[in-house]
Write a protein that binds this ligand. Structure first.
Ligand code: 5GP
Ligand code: ZN
Length: 112
């Protein structure tokens, strides 16, 4: 399958890795929108948060465990934001499930 994030998770395309286990890969976003901007992805291909089912949701639980550990490691004590864009209206540009972890600055709400 021709998927950028599958290739990044497999190490076929280089990335700045911040975490890896048998299910999950996390790396720095190439175009950071905050002082800390990490993407956390399942190694298996899932199209988006709209494709999460009872069969594949275990990895999503793991992803959120990883996010909470990384937030401590990255010193995000003041708070952070977790975002997953789904589909065209939300601006999902890579069709492999990913969670943006953004921190290190104040965030506005609502998002644009
Ligand atoms: P989306 O727009 O789908 O929510 O998020 C995709 C994210 O992937 C964007 O923030 C974009 O900067 C990031 N991105 C796209 N291509 C690459 C890449 O080759 N390497 C890394 N590290 N990030 C990428
Ligand atoms: Zn993929």
């Amino acid at each position: 399958m021709d998927c950028l994030f599958c290739k990044i998770a497999a190490g076929e395309i280089p990335s700045s890795k911040v975490y890896e286990d048998e299910l999950v890969y996390a790396f720095k976003d190439i175009e950071p929108q905050a002082p800390v901007h990490v993407l956390v992805i399942p190694k298996e291909h899932i199209q988006s948060a709209a494709a999460i089912t009872s069969e594949n949701s275990g990895v999503v639980a793991r992803i959120f465990e990883v996010i909470s550990k990384l937030a401590v490691e990255m010193g995000l004590d003041n708070g952070f934001r977790v975002v997953s864009n789904v589909g065209e209206s939300a601006g999902q540009s890579v069709r492999h499930l990913h969670f943006h972890v953004l921190g290190g600055r104040d965030m506005t709400w609502p998002p644009g």
